[in-house]
Structure formats: C-alpha cells, structure tokens
Design a protein. Structure first.
Length: 199
C-alpha cells in the first residue's frame, strides 16, 4: 500500500510521478562532472545528487484518494516485468533547440526495460484519468533546471566535453511512486510506494 497520512483530505491534490533510481555507482561517477558544471557562472538550479532519479511516468496533480489504487496498479504491472539495466552516457541540453530547459544525462536503454515499463504505465494509468504522453517517452536524467537560457554559451560549451562520457550502468529492481513538492530550495520528494520488478 502507499504511504501517506491517514488523516489526509482524500480530495487534496498532490503532484506525483513514477521513477527508478540511478544507483550509487552512477551517482558517484556523475558527481565530479556536476561539480565542474557548478563552477560555471550560469543560471541553473542544480538537483541535489541524492534526489537524482529517472522519471518513467509523470502523473501530474492527483487526488490523495487515488494514491492507493495507483500504487496497487504500479505493483501489479512491475510484477509482470523483469529487472533490467540501462547505461548513463553523455551530458547535453534538453530539449534540443534554441531554448533548452534542462541539463541532462543521456540514457541508453538497450534492454528496453525503461521503454517496457513506460508503455505499461501509460496504458494502466489511463484508468485514473492520466492521459498518455503526447510527445512520446524520451528517457533522460535531469541534473539541473535552466532558469534563463540566455547567456549559457559557456555552459553548453563545457557540456560538449562530456557528450560521450560513460557514467556507468544502473541496475533497476524496483520502481517508486513519489510525491513532489516545491519549496524555495527546490523540489522535495516523498516516497509513497515501491514496486518490485521480477528477478
């Protein structure tokens, strides 16, 4: 079952998403690159490494009353899917184009585990009024959010030096349902439920 206060207003809206962890090995490999990027004078709000995760399905604003049902649906779907792995390689601005909003790490999903999990959740979450993503699923790991895309030439130049960097492999054995709350220090994430993948 999902973890949330028993006395919560069932009509209250919370922002939620489903994600997988990148693992400690990838986290340690990425930290030196992040520290170098932090030294650049840029308007970027960097994500604390302990909060790094790969979003598989963004749910948006949902009612508390739906959380238990979503958690159960998530657990039923992961029970049919095998554990998998993905590789983290390269840093780049995202989305591509003139006004990227995110500093991201690239994901190589050769086992198609992320793709399979996303596809299952896109279908299952429609029962809770969550529409499928129109733009399609593009796996990426958010390291920082750009506050102002102007004057970021130095940042994008340094990112190119990391575009082929291999940051290792993440081994995924579970998916997590999170609540997201914004405060002046950035997004805060609360674990609501975990869902194990099959061995």
């Amino acid at each position: 079952m999902a973890l949330h206060p028993a006395d919560s207003d069932p009509d209250k809206l919370i922002r939620a998403f489903i994600a997988v962890d990148v693992g400690e090995a990838v986290r340690k490999a990425l930290v030196p690159a992040l520290e170098r990027l932090r030294r650049i004078d840029s308007q970027v709000r960097w994500v604390d490494p302990k909060n790094w995760h790969l979003t598989v399905k963004f749910l948006g604003d949902v009612e508390w009353r739906a959380v238990d049902g979503m958690a159960k649906a998530l657990q039923e779907e992961t029970a049919t899917l095998p554990a998998f792995e993905f590789r983290v390689r390269g840093l780049f601005p995202f989305p591509p184009g003139r006004s990227p909003r995110i500093v991201a790490a690239g994901i190589e999903d050769s086992t198609r585990g992320l793709e399979s999990l996303n596809r299952a959740l896109e279908a299952r979450m429609q029962a809770f009024g969550i529409p499928p993503e129109r733009r399609g699923f593009k796996a990426h790991l958010t390291l920082g959010r750009v506050q102002n895309p102007r004057g970021q030439d130095r940042l994008w130049s340094v990112l190119k030096k990391f575009e082929a960097e291999d940051f290792g492999t993440a081994h995924v054995k579970e998916a997590v349902l999170y609540r997201s709350e914004l405060d002046p220090k950035g997004a805060q994430y609360t674990l609501l439920a975990t869902a194990k993948l099959t061995k």
